[in-house]
Design a protein around this ligand. Structure first.
Ligand code: GLV
Length: 358
């Protein structure tokens, strides 16, 4: 054995002893080497510090920090081998994302109450947990629905535009009039948490009747609020205001089509704060153009953002907002924190705070 061989042997033996020693230490502490490496989480947007800290304290975290939603190719590149995904309603989570992520992915948490961007069947097939943010955004979203209803019916944006551009010549008796809530009938489609809060907020305006259409009966809640369950057609024909707060599902896709608008009053105001997909948008354009209904307030459209050249933007009787239902400062902070806590819980093997079970 020459000198080189001798030192190589010594080096290999030292490494083996070191390796055994490290393994021994792991055994003493009852953990395998594999679990010592931190789990990793990918976040598809820049989030608030409070939420980020919850994750960075425990996990390796990478985020998309560019402007707007994470581009698809970035998501696919970054999701590989991650244990947790913190995503938004702008991120489509389908088989391709899940396959690219691989077996490590244990939790997908969306910072939204809606989850129509999830391919739920594909996620369930892989035994990945899902979380969302119900309840904490209910008040903010109901508040926005009421604001949008009033902005549409009382023509706030149109009136403001007139005031700014010289259309305001003098106080005029019948100028800028619209339907009021007093003595009106309000129809709520989707009488879940948000629908009920919209109803509660509209009652003090002196509404005469609150109708609701919902898949399941909401007797207890409806009695407290003083709302009546009706069929979809009854709601359409009797309501002065129709407010939509249902989830987008195969059953509610294009629920508001030409036929539905045709059943509504010519004086009706239509308000949608759920998802653009519940409306056949071409049918809505026609209904607004030819006076089938009086006006529409939309916080959601298809697609989002709605292209600037879309005919809805050219209609004075349509108020369009850029999907800001839950956009209260505290609400959005709380939503991000809840999403982070759900991921931390799942990766620590604890029960989730708001697991999505469908
Ligand atoms: C907003 O639309 C949400 O789903 O949270």
């Amino acid at each position: 054995m020459n000198v080189t061989h001798y030192f190589r042997r010594i080096f290999q033996q030292s490494c083996a002893i070191g390796y055994q020693h490290i393994n021994q230490q792991f055994k003493i502490f009852g953990v395998s080497r594999r679990t010592m490496s931190k789990k990793s989480v990918y976040i598809t947007r820049t989030i608030n510090k409070e939420a980020l800290d919850i994750l960075t304290e425990r996990f390796d975290v990478a985020s998309w920090t560019g402007p707007g939603p994470v581009p698809r190719d970035e998501l696919l590149k970054n999701i590989k081998n991650k244990s947790g995904l913190f995503c938004m309603l702008t991120d489509k989570i389908d088989a391709e994302v899940l396959d690219t992520a691989g077996k490590n992915l244990k939790i997908i948490a969306t910072m939204s109450v809606g989850y129509d961007h999830f391919d739920v069947n594909e996620i369930k097939k892989r035994d990945i947990k899902m979380a969302y943010t119900p309840d904490i955004l209910t008040d903010a979203t109901a508040e926005l629905a009421v604001a949008l209803l009033l902005a549409t019916s009382r023509r706030l944006l149109e009136a403001n535009q007139e005031a700014k551009t010289g259309g305001w010549k003098a106080w005029s008796p019948f100028w800028m009039c619209g339907p009021g809530l007093k003595d009106s009938t309000v129809g709520i489609v989707g009488f879940g948490r948000i629908g009920q809060e919209i109803a509660k907020r509209l009652k003090p305006f002196g509404t005469k009747r609150i109708l609701y259409f919902n898949r399941s009966e909401k007797n207890v809640e409806a009695t407290k609020i003083g709302a009546e369950r009706v069929t979809f057609d009854e709601l359409l024909t009797h309501s002065d205001f129709v407010s939509v707060s249902c989830a987008l599902t195969p059953e509610t896709k294009n629920l508001f089509d030409e036929k539905a608008f045709g059943k509504m009053k010519k004086t009706a105001v239509f308000v949608n704060t759920s998802r653009g997909g519940v409306v056949d948008q071409d049918a809505l354009v026609e209904a607004l153009r030819n006076g089938t209904i009086w006006g529409a307030g939309l916080d959601v459209t298809t697609p989002e953002p709605l292209p600037l050249e879309h005919p809805l933007f050219g209609l004075k009787n349509c108020v369009i907002l850029p999907h800001i239902g839950s956009a209260c400062v505290q609400t959005r902070n709380d939503m991000a924190v809840l999403t982070a806590k759900n991921i931390a819980a799942a990766l620590n093997g604890e029960p989730l705070l708001t697991e999505l079970i469908v």
